[in-house]
Write a protein that binds this ligand. Structure first.
Ligand code: ZN
Length: 342
């Protein structure tokens, strides 16, 4: 009996020793591992900073937060960030795809739409698509395209669309009796001139005198005007807000006419009062409306009329949008559709 009691005791003690040994080994492992992590933190402050940031993000699970800062949790949250990124992208393109039926949606511009929308969360997708199609996600005079339809009366000439250097429209001379005094010979394209004559004559019946103050300008003249304005000490930004650079002026097309004089006092004339409400009937629009500088690139120019034809002029007038917007939303899709029909 005594012997078996002793054997039992030995067995129990050995068992306890083995358990203690296992616990010791486990503790040793934990100690070694946490020591290693602490050391890595000493040399990797950026990772700790990243990790703190990651922990501040709501929705990070408890395991990550409890880890005492280190590579593992850093990698974890890194992976999470990578995981959520494509999800977000997908949502944005999914959102955008809801607008892909718009006639002015251009699929090649998708990435630009998404980026522009990110910068202008308060803009509707229609606005984003319109503005990107104009080119407004670039600065003025950046990403400039060469105009191919310079001879169309609907041509869009602006800071993103440049007439070719050798562009020359066919012109007719404006009867000097319809020009402002002392301006010298003036020229317009025939379509614009015929409309101008009609408008001038109808206005005359009402005792109003609408004259041509500035019409066609060659690319050389436009370059000269712009350079002169800059050399006069004005800032480039200021000059750009009123004067086009060479190749970017509507006056180069022979379709634009500055009536009376380039001065805001024109707004106080009876002539302005009348043509503001009637010019579209003859095919002219006030091309640079008030408070639209961010779209047109130009300050309000109540004196600058552009011929686009009566039908389009009426639509632009009724819609109250700029010609830049109208062009990319209505005219460009029509042209694309025409080009696609065999
Ligand atoms: Zn003008």
């Amino acid at each position: 009996m005594k012997k078996s009691t002793v054997r039992n005791r030995i067995r129990i003690v050995t068992g306890i020793n083995i358990i203690l040994l296992i616990i010791l080994v486990i503790c040793g492992c934990f100690y070694f591992r946490s020591n290693n992590l602490d050391n890595s933190n000493l040399y990797d402050n950026d990772k700790v900073y990243d990790n703190e940031n990651a922990e501040a993000v709501p929705g990070t699970d408890d395991e990550t937060v409890d880890t005492p800062g280190g590579q593992e949790s850093g990698t974890d949250s890194g992976q999470k960030a990578e995981d959520t990124e494509p999800d977000k992208e997908l949502t944005e393109s999914e959102e955008l795809s809801l607008y892909s039926d718009l006639p002015y949606f251009i699929s090649e511009n998708s990435e630009r739409y998404i980026n522009y929308k990110k910068q202008h969360l308060d803009y509707s997708y229609e606005k984003v698509i319109t503005y990107v199609n104009i080119g407004l996600d670039y600065d003025f005079y950046e990403n400039v395209k060469s105009i191919e339809n310079g001879h169309d009366i609907t041509v869009l000439v602006n800071k993103y669309n440049k007439l070719p250097d050798n562009f020359e429209p066919e012109l007719v001379q404006v009867d000097p009796s319809m020009c402002a005094p002392g301006v010298g010979p003036q020229y317009l394209r025939k379509e614009a001139y015929d409309a101008f004559v009609k408008m001038h004559q109808d206005a005359k019946q009402l005792g109003l005198n609408i004259t041509a103050y500035g019409t066609y300008r060659s690319i050389e003249t436009q370059h000269w005007i712009w350079n002169n304005a800059v050399n006069s000490g004005r800032t480039i930004e200021d000059v750009d807000s009123l004067n086009a650079r060479g190749g970017h002026s509507e006056h180069h097309t022979g379709l634009a006419v500055d009536v009376i004089k380039n001065n805001y006092s024109v707004e106080e004339t009876k002539e302005f009062e009348w043509y503001r409400e009637n010019a579209h009937k003859y095919g002219f629009i006030i091309r640079y409306p008030k408070d639209m500088e961010s779209i047109t690139g130009y300050k309000y120019e109540p004196w600058h009329l552009r011929y686009v034809g009566p039908e389009i002029a009426a639509e632009v007038y009724e819609s109250g949008i700029t010609y830049d917007e109208y062009y990319v939303r209505v005219l460009e899709p029509e042209m694309r559709a025409e080009n696609q029909t065999p």
